[in-house]
Write a protein of this length. Structure first.
Length: 102
C-alpha cells in the first residue's frame, strides 16, 4: 500500500499520497487535492473513493508525506473502518516512519 501511496504522490507532485484497502481487499489510491473551492487530503480522498465504490469497511491505510497526517485523517479512517485500523506513515521516499491506529 505504501507503494500505491507513493505512486499517487509522485504522479501528481502533490505533498502527500495515500492508499486504503477495503474489507473486500480492493485498494484505492489518491493524492492531495487543492483547488480554490475544494481541499482534501490524500487520505480523505482515498477513503471517499472507497466509499463511492461501495466499500463498507477498511482493513488498512497508508500515507506518504513529508508532514504528519492530521487528526482528521485518523478520524476519516475510523469513520469507515472503525477503531484500530492501522495507518502506515512513510516519508517522501517511501521509508516507513510510524504506524498509527484509527
Amino acid at each position: 500500500m505504501l507503494t500505491l501511496a507513493r505512486s499517487a504522490r509522485a504522479r501528481t507532485g502533490a505533498p502527500a499520497g495515500a492508499a486504503v484497502r477495503d474489507a473486500d481487499g480492493r485498494t484505492y489510491a489518491a493524492a492531495d487535492v487543492s483547488l480554490p473551492s475544494l481541499r482534501l487530503t490524500a487520505l480523505q480522498l482515498a477513503v471517499a473513493s472507497a466509499v463511492s465504490s461501495g466499500a463498507t469497511g477498511l482493513e488498512a491505510a497508508a500515507v506518504v508525506t513529508a508532514g504528519d497526517p492530521g487528526d482528521v485523517d485518523t478520524i476519516v479512517v475510523s469513520d469507515l473502518g472503525g477503531p484500530g485500523i492501522p495507518i502506515y506513515v512513510a516519508g517522501p521516499d517511501g521509508t516507513p516512519i510510524t504506524a498509527l491506529r484509527s
